[in-house]
Design a protein around this ligand. Structure first.
Ligand SMILES: Cc1cc2nc3c(=O)[nH]c(=O)nc-3n(C[C@H](O)[C@H](O)[C@H](O)COP(=O)(O)OP(=O)(O)OC[C@H]3O[C@@H](n4cnc5c(N)ncnc54)[C@H](O)[C@@H]3O)c2cc1C
Length: 453
């Protein structure tokens, strides 16, 4: 039978009995920055907590997509750089420092903000250690594939597939940190995708080079985009304008954020479409090689460089964003909005990866305080009573997400969601109905900065 005849047909699987792997007070789906912080926060309150992760390590895009750089921990506060995300983020930084695995903050985005590079392997270990110390059980190589409800507005179990087969994990409160709002979508929570015309931020595949002569390459960040522009004037075409090529923790390692993955029709490759993801991985690796050859052939200091790693997977910036009780918007970012129910802050600008370029928009510098509050309501999805959503799939508009999707605010959202799960269980109410003052008090006691002073 030819392929075309089977497309668009469905088959019926026989009914099955699914073993229950366990039951936890808090179940976190996804182990990126949001999931790490959510699970650690919930575990520390003494709640039995399980984190489900499809890969064999934590870190999310920070490890699986080769990011290796914390953005959004800092803000430009009236012209002065200040770390504004604290709490569990501090502990992650301290643990990395203890392993000599994180650099001091460096300037980013035309010198208007700071970011911090780290060693990705050390980050994986630090995240394991943090969660073990917080009493969290980690279930790796487990892909969440569905859910079952116990009532119209309550999830009973997440279904997972793994080498051990299919299983269910029951929970009291679920926290969706999948980056793609997988669990929320399965539960029927309303979500948005892209800018209203189907365009999401464009993905990129990242690669790391070794044997770079750091002294000769010192101006690479400026020179490589200039070399690209000169080549374009000669008729050469690159996947995107400009490239971010910078040293990692160890001077001879340099990462390149230099690709932009489009479908053949020019649209962004979707992170929730398996056919497009497959195409995107191949196209991403092709672009990595193309850009590496250009850099090695033209940029001072890269003459002997080689690719030591292409990230395990294509880097996805945006897929589903849930519709929650409040949607964080671009205006909130640019106007440094304040909210009564603040659970943390975000100081990263709007960084929109469009079809051929990156558009950056900052709040006014130095007039503004340089950060916005993150309201608790952006973690509370509409229509479900035992679900919270944290990280890049939380409730934000397309343009708001282009800012608050980076690691710093994801840590803040995750810590708040994990703590809120405990508060909800303690108060015996759904997360949407908790006393937010009690949550804020607990977050501050745990070292989080809520941007009040
Ligand atoms: C190319 C690129 C460059 C970037 N550069 C930076 C940068 O320099 N600094 C910065 O701070 N941010 C950067 N970002 C953004 C940042 O890395 C992410 O937005 C951030 O990691 C989002 O965190 P998260 O926890 O919400 O989701 P993610 O990091 O996406 O983590 C989601 C986790 O859930 C797991 N998961 C997903 N679905 C399932 C499922 N069904 N079952 C089980 N597990 C699942 C995934 O494997 C993953 O571990 C970049 C992003 C990209 C793509």
């Amino acid at each position: 039978m030819g392929r075309d005849q089977t497309v668009n047909h469905t088959i019926f699987e026989p009914d099955r009995r699914t073993p229950v792997l366990g039951e936890y007070e808090v179940v976190v789906l996804g182990g990126g920055p949001a999931g790490i912080a959510a699970a650690a926060a919930a575990g520390r309150t003494g709640r039995s907590t399980l984190l489900i992760e499809r890969y064999g390590f934590l870190g999310g895009s920070g490890t699986m997509a080769g990011v290796a750089n914390f953005c959004g921990l800092h803000a430009n506060v009236h012209g002065e750089f200040k770390q504004v995300v604290h709490g569990l983020a501090d502990e992650i930084l301290e643990r990395l420092q203890h392993k000599d695995a994180v650099n001091p903050p460096h300037l980013s985005l035309q010198g208007k903000i700071q970011a911090q590079t780290y060693d990705a392997s050390a980050y994986k270990i630090v995240a394991d250690e943090l969660l073990l110390a917080s009493g969290v059980k980690m279930l790796f190589h487990a892909f969440g594939v569905g859910m079952l409800k116990r009532a119209e507005r309550a999830i009973d179990a997440v279904l997972i597939e793994s080498k051990s087969g299919r299983a269910a994990v029951r929970g009291g409160i679920f926290i969706d940190c999948s980056g793609d709002a997988d669990l929320a979508a399965w539960a029927g929570v309303p979500f948005e995708l892209g800018d209203g015309h189907g365009n999401t931020l464009y993905p990129s595949s990242k690669f790391t080079m070794n044997d770079v002569d750091a002294a000769k390459a010192v101006h690479a960040r400026r020179i490589i985009p200039e070399l690209m522009e000169a080549a374009e004037r000669q008729g050469r075409r690159f996947p995107r304008r400009g490239a971010i090529v910078r040293p990692q923790k160890f001077g001879q390692d340099w990462t390149a954020n230099a690709t932009l993955i489009k479908n053949p029709d020019g649209s962004a490759v979707s992170g929730i479409d398996v056919e497009q993801l497959s195409y995107g991985e191949i196209e991403g690796r092709r672009q990595c090689l193309e850009m590496f050859q250009f850099i090695r052939g033209s940029a001072p200091g890269f003459e002997n460089a080689y690719i030591v790693d292409i990230a395990p997977q294509i880097g996805i910036r945006e897929t589903r964003r849930v519709v929650g009780e409040y949607m964080l918007s671009e205006a909130d970012i640019l106007e440094c909005a304040s909210f009564e129910d603040a659970i943390g802050v975000n100081g990263w600008p709007v960084e929109a990866h469009a079809a051929d370029r990156v558009i950056i928009k900052f709040p006014k510098i130095p007039e503004s305080r340089g950060f916005n509050h993150l309201p608790y309501r952006m973690l509370v999805p509409k229509s479900m009573d035992n679900l919270l959503v944290a990280g890049r799939c939380a409730s934000m508009t397309h343009d708001g997400q282009a800012s608050a999707r980076v690691s710093g605010p994801c840590f803040a959202m995750g810590q708040a969601a994990g703590t809120a799960a405990h508060v909800a269980l303690e108060q015996g109410v759904p997360p949407r109905s908790i006393n937010v003052g009690a949550l804020q008090q607990r977050l501050e006691a745990d070292g989080a900065y809520l941007g009040k002073a």
